[in-house]
Design a protein around this ligand. Structure first.
Ligand code: PLP
Length: 414
């Protein structure tokens, strides 16, 4: 069902979005539980049922209701900070369902995660390995580690979300990883269980993933020849979605999931395989519902000013990302223009140079694909309170899964 028109009005499953706007105000994120469940089911079928350990990258969207839903499908979580750790625990994840990634972890974060005996750390540098060894030694315990290998594979995505090239800050080169693994005895409190790679995000072409599988097959064979026996391989996340056709099914927006899972299983199946998907599970499950504040023309430039902004969805400003604009009332497009927010930055645009209808003050529209890296990247710039999140449930009921922040809450920090 998903987001669709009924009698020329936009619905999320059985719910009229005008009703959501009246109940909860705008801007607000509206999620479809049906889509979230469908996405989780596909990831389960492709990966969990083939024996992969799936850790949802909660940076994409950390709403507890969404975390609980994915947990119910057998997923753990990939975290990158003490805050994400606390939230994962709040939701009920056991230490054994958590892996800790990220390019820099504080001493407190390492200690916290060691105390809880989390499944493993993805270690990205020599300094981090040394800190972890020292901390584990002090506590008299062993730390399970996957070394993050930077395979120098071009993920063919936006440079800001490419992570597996030499010039990116992430991971360690093959030489360094080999050096560490062949001298593992220098780290007596570390169990070197395996390798982790995450080459980038929003990857639409399956080839970089297939290259990664081949690379790891060759690399682990070479390591084995040097006496290094590993048991775990984490292939990361990065599965891209179709932002231009956001209301399609996951298997249409990301058609290569099955091929990827099959190929990894075939070539690397002797290892316990892991993935850490984020975006693919959540991006197209939500829209940002906004109201038009007014329209204006500067010369021949047409602007539609809405109440949603970069503070709700920073991706267009950050990566020039495309997000589909859909009117609540089905209208014919008639002119070229920009959909912009009220924030005091020229980059505060949700959509640029699009064919748009004539809008008027009070009209509703949606910015699609607002489920990933939207609310979780939100801010209070310009003292704008964080927007609420509304879940349209599979049974047709509506659940406010995050309320709007109040001004008092914002001011109370000062
Ligand atoms: C280490 C790691 N794993 C997983 C992810 C999730 O990526 P995606 O949301 O593209 O699946 C990221 C994203 O930045 C990441 O850095």
């Amino acid at each position: 069902m998903s987001f669709h028109y009924r009698d020329n009005r936009l619905y999320c499953d059985e719910v009229d979005l005008d009703f959501v706007a009246e109940q909860f105000g705008t801007p607000s994120y509206v999620y479809s539980e049906n889509i979230l469940k469908r996405n989780a089911e596909v990831i389960k079928n492709c990966f969990i049922d083939r024996g992969f350990q799936v850790s949802y990258a909660m940076k994409a969207n950390s709403n507890p209701k969404i975390l609980q839903l994915f947990k119910s499908y057998g997923m753990g979580v990939d975290i990158v900070s003490a805050g994400e750790y606390q939230l994962a625990k709040h939701v009920g994840f056991q230490g054994s369902e958590i892996n800790f990634a990220g390019v820099g972890k504080t001493a407190d974060e390492l200690k916290l995660a060691l105390e809880d005996e989390i499944d493993h750390f993805n270690v990205e540098s020599l300094f981090e390995l040394e800190h972890l060894e020292a901390q584990a030694a002090q506590m008299g315990i062993q730390a399970s580690v996957l070394l993050r290998l930077n395979p120098d594979i071009d993920p063919q995505t936006h440079p800001h979300i490419s992570t597996g090239l030499k010039q990116n800050k992430f991971g360690m080169g093959a030489e360094m990883v080999t050096q560490l693994l062949t001298h593992a005895d220098q780290y007596p409190h570390i169990n070197f269980d395996g390798l982790h790679c995450h080459i980038g995000s929003q990857i639409l072409n399956p080839q970089p993933f297939l290259d990664l599988i081949d690379y790891l097959e060759i690399f682990t064979t070479a390591l084995a020849a040097q006496g290094v026996k590993l048991t775990h391989l984490d292939l990361g996340g990065g599965f891209g979605v179709n932002y231009e056709n956001p209301f399609e099914d996951i298997l249409e927006t990301t058609p290569y999931l099955e091929t990827f899972a099959e190929s990894a299983h075939k070539k690397l199946g002797s290892f316990q395989l892991h993935i850490q998907p984020g975006r693919v599970l959540v991006a197209n499950s939500a829209v940002l519902l906004s109201r038009v504040l007014g329209v204006k023309e500067n010369g021949d430039h047409y602007f539609v000013v809405i109440d949603g902004a970069t503070t709700d969805l920073i991706r267009p400003a950050l990566y020039d990302a495309y997000h589909e604009i859909t009117s609540y009332e089905k209208k014919d497009v008639s002119r070229l223009g920009d959909v912009v927010g009220p924030v005091c930055e020229s980059s505060d645009a949700l959509a640029k140079q699009r064919q748009l209808p004539e809008y008027g003050t009070g009209d509703l529209l949606t910015v699609a694909s607002a489920g990933a890296y939207a609310s979780s990247m939100g801010s209070t710039y310009n003292m704008r309170p964080r927007s609420p999140e509304v879940l349209v449930k599979a049974d047709g009921s509506i659940d406010l899964i995050k309320r709007r922040q109040t001004f008092a809450e914002m001011i109370s920090l000062y």
